[in-house]
Design a protein around this ligand. Structure first.
Ligand SMILES: Nc1nc2c(ncn2[C@@H]2O[C@H](COP(=O)(O)OP(=O)(O)OP(=O)(O)O)[C@@H](O)[C@H]2O)c(=O)[nH]1
Ligand SMILES: [Mg+2]
Length: 368
């Protein structure tokens, strides 16, 4: 994939515009693509027809021709008609943040649940975009740009998709039910043993899985790329002789995540909704960590999990100081209106303090 990225600067918000495009570049890389150029436009609101202005859209077509780019990725969620208009004008595959994130997810999924969730998200995303010549379908299917057959066939496809969506929803409902059963069984085991559920949440690539490994010894995948984790893993650790903590590692969030995706991942994210305590993991070596914290807080609110007790875990401290003894020097910089601990999952720094903080919060949450 040779891609050109397109974004608009709304108002004077240059910083978030730049960060958003940089992130989009990482997402293109995650599907093995290469970014060969950027095109942007300042405007107060997106154009209804092309997202960018008509003149700019023509310019994109020129650049595509000149550079041999095969894909144009828009840093937004395009409407179905915008996709069609752009495809009519530009001789390349048109993608937006939604299709790109969905493509990453479809390439990464392994487990049955995650596969179903991604398929559901993809179909839900496709459905309203399936119209006219049915081109959208072949495009999203990653196939060759075959011009689709016609209205009638589109209608047949729509019905098939709807049926499949219904089927997946039922299967996911069944999986949810089984997970609930499992949770109950885990909790019942040993009646004098108290169980507290702690969910690790955070922006993608901040180190949730690395922390999970340090906290529970469970060998989960961690990697320097967006969305390494697509399924939840739960693992236990005894904190007091009679208190078991169930840690759950979850899917990372990202700004402008397709709503269809969050909706589809509800089976997985139910672990977050059911948690007693949230560990909100933050990468403090990232200069835009505050914006990312806000994104995560918003998703938690969408999941109705924003009222739960939170512990902020400021990770990757080893990128800011050389030794564990220097962690306290960072404290002034990273104050929150909730308990916060500075750690390095990679070096194992601050883990003792993190466990102590979890204990304290547990004592407030449940009577131990
Ligand atoms: N320097 C440093 N790197 C870290 C630390 N913790 C994690 N990393 C690195 O950060 C990258 C992402 O780590 P993961 O644990 O996969 O992050 P995640 O939050 O689970 O990411 P997703 O599952 O993709 O959302 C990996 O390359 C890790 O090695 C840390 O404390 N210090
Ligand atoms: Mg992970």
């Amino acid at each position: 994939m040779k891609a050109i990225l397109v974004g608009i600067i709304e108002r004077e918000d240059k910083k978030s515009f730049r960060e958003s495009l940089e992130e989009l570049r990482e997402l293109v890389r995650a599907v093995g693509g290469k970014v060969i150029g950027y095109i942007y436009q300042r405007r107060n609101s997106p154009d209804v027809r092309y997202f960018v202005g008509a003149g700019k859209a023509k310019e994109i077509q020129e650049v595509v021709k000149g550079t041999g780019a095969d894909t144009v990725v828009f840093d937004t969620f395009l409407t179905p008609s915008q996709v069609q208009n752009l495809e009519d004008l530009i001789d390349a595959r048109i993608m937006d943040r939604g299709t790109l994130v969905l493509e990453i997810f479809s390439r990464r999924v392994r487990s049955k649940t995650a596969k179903l969730q991604v398929e559901l998200a993809t179909l839900t995303y496709q459905l309203p975009r399936l119209y006219g010549k049915g081109r959208e379908m072949s495009r999203l299917g990653g196939g060759v740009g075959t011009r689709g057959p016609g209205e009638q066939e589109t209608e047949i496809k729509r019905r098939a998709i709807k049926r499949r969506i219904q089927q997946i929803k039922e299967e996911l409902e069944e999986i949810k039910r089984q997970r609930r059963e499992q949770r109950k069984r885990r909790e019942r085991y040993g009646s004098d043993l108290k169980v507290v559920r702690v969910a690790l949440v955070g922006y993608t690539n901040v180190g949730k899985s690395s922390l999970m490994k340090v906290l529970t010894g469970r060998d989960v995948l961690s990697a320097d790329m967006p969305f390494a984790t697509l399924d939840t893993t739960t693992s236990a650790r005894l904190l007091f002789p009679d208190l078991k903590i169930l840690f759950t590692d979850t899917v990372g969030f990202i700004r402008k995540l397709p709503p269809e995706l969050i909706e589809s991942f509800k089976a997985t994210l139910e672990e977050v909704q059911e948690a007693d305590i949230i560990l909100h993991v933050v990468d403090i070596s990232d200069s835009s960590w505050i914006e990312k914290v806000k994104v995560v807080q918003q998703v938690l609110a969408d999941l109705s999990a924003d009222e739960k007790p939170v512990i902020y875990v400021f990770n990757k401290a080893d990128k800011l100081v050389k030794e564990e003894e220097q962690l306290h020097e960072l404290r002034q910089q990273f104050l929150m209106d909730a308990p916060a601990v500075i750690v390095s999952a990679q070096k194992g720094w601050g883990i003792r303090e993190l466990l102590d903080t979890i204990k304290q919060v547990v004592q407030q949450v449940v009577k131990v």
